[in-house]
Design a protein around this ligand. Structure first.
Ligand code: SF4
Ligand code: SF4
Length: 363
């Protein structure tokens, strides 16, 4: 069978090296596909997707980043390809057969299309209250959401899209919700093949019960820690706890988290450059879906500060379109985009009473 590698980069090169080492070639590599490059790569031709006429050819996505893999998958499905695999680039292997596809790849059984990334609050408020929080968590009351309402949103989303690649349980601070183990177990049941992560500032981790920590490990949920200054001061206690319970975690390091941005300008004609800092961060909340957190929670900003930034663009999960139509709808610019800027600041916490300038510049 003929085969193409999708991705003429480092992983494409790694896949080719292993492919050349294999003895049995049930699949014959004919070249590379790439969304940006054309010409030649490692002695093979590189084609754009639009030039591949044989739709029954086998395609192996040779890309590291899961979100870009998801986009590649959608591009291939839109173009009519159906025999799609992902190169795993594993460190260790067992039970090798000598066949490239069997030993090195997994089949992408993801249906008609995939949603690369979704975020969902299980607590709107936070214990850190950063200035510039794009979820406006410092502006929310400390109140637990209703479990059934939150889970219903996941269920409705599942009915709209066949597969989600990365699902983030967050907030606010998700560990402020004492039912986090219940959410973790239920969401894993609903999304068995999704990479699920809890995104946290980590401060509460050393105080978590054994039951919560065991539940996170048993449900194969990854902990993603944003290492802000207060987190940095206790990072050893945090990682010791996670190590003790065998939980997989990643840290966004302290150096990176010292820079922050005010995400908004009150003016459409800001002196700061326009920028979207929440690309691909689809949010679901209270029966709605938006392309980013800023849009989802802007109503809270408007209410607290008596502002009138545009709120249009959220879709109701109950009657929004499905599949590719939903993906396309979530790509469209919304009026609020005209207020999104890149205004860099140092990381700081809000005071007892957050002010509008903690989140938005006037200029
Ligand atoms: S830790 Fe995260 S969620 Fe909490 S206020 Fe800071 S940016 Fe927002
Ligand atoms: S409103 Fe538009 S520009 Fe702003 S974060 Fe959302 S998608 Fe990006």
């Amino acid at each position: 069978m003929s085969m193409l590698f999708y991705g003429a980069g480092n992983w494409g090169k790694a896949a080719l090296k292993i492919y050349n080492r294999k003895e049995h070639h049930g699949d014959i590599l004919e070249g590379f596909v790439d969304r940006e490059k054309t010409g030649e790569f490692c002695g093979y031709s590189v084609y754009p997707v639009s030039e591949i006429e044989k739709k029954d050819i086998r395609i192996v996505i040779t890309i590291a980043d899961s979100l870009i893999v998801a986009e590649a998958y959608n591009t291939l499905k839109r173009a009519g390809f159906h025999d799609i695999y992902r190169f795993e680039n594993r460190e260790s292997r067992c039970g090798e057969t000598g066949d490239f596809i069997r030993d090195e790849c997994t089949v992408c059984n993801w249906g008609d299309c995939v949603l690369p990334k979704v975020e969902m609050h299980i607590m709107d408020s936070c214990n850190l209250n950063c200035k510039g929080c794009t979820h406006f968590s410092p502006l929310f009351e400390k109140k637990q959401p209703d479990f059934e309402t939150v889970i219903r949103d996941v269920q409705m989303l599942k009915e709209k899209i066949p597969h989600i690649v990365i699902f983030s349980i967050l907030g606010g601070e998700p560990f402020l919700n004492p039912q986090i183990d219940r959410y973790a177990a239920e969401i894993r049941k609903m999304l068995p093949d999704t990479y699920i992560q809890i995104v946290t500032n980590g401060l509460l981790i050393p105080r978590l019960s054994a039951g919560i920590l065991e539940c996170i490990r048993e449900n194969k949920i990854v902990v993603q820690i944003s290492e802000y200054k207060p987190t940095h001061q206790m990072i050893d206690r945090i990682t010791d706890t996670l190590d003790r319970y065998g939980i997989t975690y990643y840290i966004q390091p302290y150096q990176e988290k010292q820079k922050f941005v005010k995400p908004l300008s009150l003016s459409e004609a800001s002196r700061y450059p326009h920028a979207c800092i929440s690309e691909r961060c689809v949010n679901i909340w209270n029966g709605r879906i938006t392309r980013c957190p800023t849009l989802m929670y802007i109503r809270q900003f408007n209410q607290v500060f008596e502002q009138n930034l545009p709120e249009e663009g959220a879709l109701q999960l109950s009657d929004c379109p499905k599949g590719f139509d939903l993906l396309d709808a979530l790509q469209k610019d919304v009026p609020l985009c005209r207020h999104c800027v890149l205004c860099e600041t140092e990381w700081e916490q809000c005071g007892v009473h957050p002010s509008v300038t903690d989140f938005a510049t006037a200029e």
